[in-house]
Unconditional design. Structure first.
Length: 291
């Protein structure tokens, strides 16, 4: 059996083919340019595998996930220039006639982490996965199903309490200013400090401020959903930074409810190099095939 994965990011596409054991057989990466060029490259990659059985697609968004919608399979009103109202699924399926599972990029990552935890015999019924990079998003898996019916979660745009040392920073979200994404996404480093995140040392106060905001997001998910674990992935996340998040989380929760030991509860991805979405897409492709 051959399963396909498209991790469609705003900067790059990662396409892969693997087997039912979720082992990657072949993989390619290319820049996200315009829809025609980029989707054609994806089709050309999968055309090498005529025995392909199904594809899982995890895409940047917003996207339409309701199967009864006339716009199902579309990237809708995205800030990614040139990609609004792109019929992603039909474009792929017209050329590669196989079942397709369609979801958000962060849902794909969440499902990959859920799948791997199950394979490792870890008792995980529910996972919240945050990605913190160019933007911020989150996916939720409970008992093998995604939360979100009329649309997918937009947890990157929740409101958080402002840090006392960050009150003058307006945030960078074009819609909400100082929502979670507007305060912790990667580009906020340059907006705050004039430097890219990779050039900002961990002892810079901006890291601690951002950890405070992410801890609040984790508190919201904890108190609302009571998941088995919360995973943080994306280019901004590192273990030392996550330790800052854990510290703020501990202070904010103030022993109100019992949670697992924080290094097991607030974690980095099991799948290295932010590869969770590829594994998740394989699993979702298999799920679609077996419907």
């Amino acid at each position: 059996m051959l399963l396909g994965s498209i991790e469609a990011g705003g900067t790059k596409f990662v396409c892969a083919v693997g087997n039912e054991d979720y082992r990657i057989i072949d993989q390619t990466t290319f820049p996200t340019t315009n829809p025609e060029e980029t989707l054609n490259q994806a089709v050309e990659f999968f055309a090498q595998f005529p025995e392909l059985d199904a594809i899982g697609i995890a895409s940047f968004g917003p996207i339409e996930i309701r199967r009864n919608s006339s716009e199902y399979g579309f990237i809708t009103k995205t800030p990614k220039q040139g990609w609004s109202n792109t019929n992603f699924v039909k474009t792929i399926q017209d050329k590669i006639s196989v079942p397709i599972f369609w979801t958000t990029d962060v849902n794909g990552s969440a499902y990959g982490e859920y799948t791997m935890s199950t394979l490792f015999n870890e008792k995980v019924d529910s996972i919240v996965y945050y990605t913190v990079g160019t933007g911020v998003g989150a996916g939720i898996v409970v008992n093998g199903e995604f939360l979100g019916t009329v649309g997918h979660p937009e947890m990157g745009h929740v409101q958080v309490n402002r840090h006392v040392d960050d009150l003058d920073f307006p945030g960078i979200c074009p819609y909400h200013g100082d929502c979670l994404e507007g305060l912790v996404a990667g580009p906020t480093f340059e907006a705050r400090t004039g430097k890219k995140g990779k050039d900002v040392p961990l002892n810079d106060s901006s890291w601690n401020i951002m950890a405070y905001y992410l801890a609040q997001a984790a508190i919201q998910s904890t108190l609302t959903l009571r998941p088995n674990k919360i995973v943080f992935g994306g280019g901004v996340i590192s273990e030392p930074f996550l330790d800052m998040v854990r510290s703020h989380f501990d202070d904010l929760l103030n022993e109100y409810i019992e949670v697992p030991e924080l290094k097991q509860y607030l974690t980095m991805p099991v799948v290295k190099n932010n590869g969770s979405a590829t594994i998740g897409n394989f699993a979702l492709a298999l799920k679609e095939l077996n419907k």
